[in-house]
Design a protein around this ligand. Structure first.
Ligand SMILES: [Zn+2]
Length: 141
């Protein structure tokens, strides 16, 4: 069971494809009292033909002194398709996080499905989509 702790700030930033403003939310994910992941969710501008959330999730220790290379990250796209949430992995180059080094190594689409952490990335993405209020409102409306 994951607990999602959303950051206080929602950023507005230009969408890389069209330059229109998109919102982004970020925060940490806890499990049994431990911080187990960081997430960053970029919400596609409403001018896009389809609503989608680009989500970077980085598993690992997010303490201040920790070497980021000990973390492991993946990038996903979530869309609402006929009332169901569909989650697909993306390539590292599609990460919405500018400071990629902080996330640790980002797995490619072909590597993430072979990684033992694959289900964990999807589980955390599901928790963020439900429990980050801004993200949930965006996908549900
Ligand atoms: Zn765009």
């Amino acid at each position: 069971m994951f607990q999602v702790e959303t950051g206080a700030t929602v950023y507005a930033e230009p969408c890389p494809c069209c330059g229109k403003e998109r919102r982004a939310s970020f925060g940490f994910v806890h499990e049994n009292g431990d911080t187990v992941a960081f997430y960053y969710a970029a919400l596609a501008p409403l001018s896009h033909s389809e609503k989608s959330v680009i989500l970077a999730v980085s598993l690992g220790d997010w303490g201040h002194e920790v070497d980021p290379s000990t973390r492991l990250a993946a990038v996903m796209r979530a869309r609402a398709v006929e009332g169901e949430i569909e989650i697909a992995f993306l390539e590292p180059s599609e990460s919405p996080v500018k400071d990629r080094a902080q996330l640790g190594p980002i797995l490619s689409r072909s590597d993430v499905v072979k990684n033992v952490a694959c289900d964990r990335f999807v589980g955390i993405a599901g928790a963020v989509l439900l429990d980050d209020a801004d993200v949930n409102e965006y996908v549900a409306r």
